[in-house]
Ligand binder design. Structure first.
Ligand code: 4NP
Length: 154
């Protein structure tokens, strides 16, 4: 099983999702069953580590994002991954535009797994530290929901 998290820049929300979900997989004993990655629909930050504020907020919850490196979403990702999960509706539109017709991937919003279908993880880039806390809280909830879904094998 392969899961890809997608946001705009791949320096705030989707690397946070990758780090949080990696820990959730470890805690659920599924780390060797599920491969994960993250990327951005945009190319501005390709090659960069996650935003310092995202790294700091995650580290306060015991999650190290420092070795992650931003990359851009590609058409091939829709053949390589089973789940391609966006953070907001703009991400989702860009993802659907790029998705090849023959892709079998589940393409949707990550927060659908938090029991809040259609809800978005808001972009924290231009806001304060509380925005990064909010992102972490939402992503933790969605991670638990996705773990339950993967466990149930649906
Ligand atoms: P992300 O946040 O999509 O969560 O990585 C952003 C990072 C950078 C920009 C926008 C959003 N930017 O415009 O540079």
């Amino acid at each position: 099983m392969k899961v890809l998290f997608v946001c705009l820049g791949n320096i705030c929300r989707s690397p946070t999702a990758e780090g949080v979900f990696r820990r959730a997989l470890e805690q659920a004993g599924l780390a060797d069953k599920v491969e994960i990655d993250s990327c951005g629909v945009g190319s501005w930050h390709v090659g960069k580590a996650p935003d310092a504020r995202a790294q700091q907020a995650a580290l306060l919850r015991g999650i190290d994002l420092s070795d992650l490196c931003a990359r851009q979403l590609t058409e091939q990702d829709f053949n390589d991954f089973d789940y391609v999960l966006g953070m907001d509706q703009d991400n989702l539109r860009a993802m659907r535009d790029l998705k090849p017709a023959n892709s079998q991937a589940h393409v949707g919003l990550f927060l659908d797994f938090a029991g809040t279908p259609g809800a978005e993880v808001p972009d924290p880039y231009y806001g304060g530290d509380e925005g990064f806390e909010n992102v972490l809280n939402m992503i933790e909830a969605a991670s638990e929901g996705l773990i339950q879904q993967l466990k149930s094998g649906r």
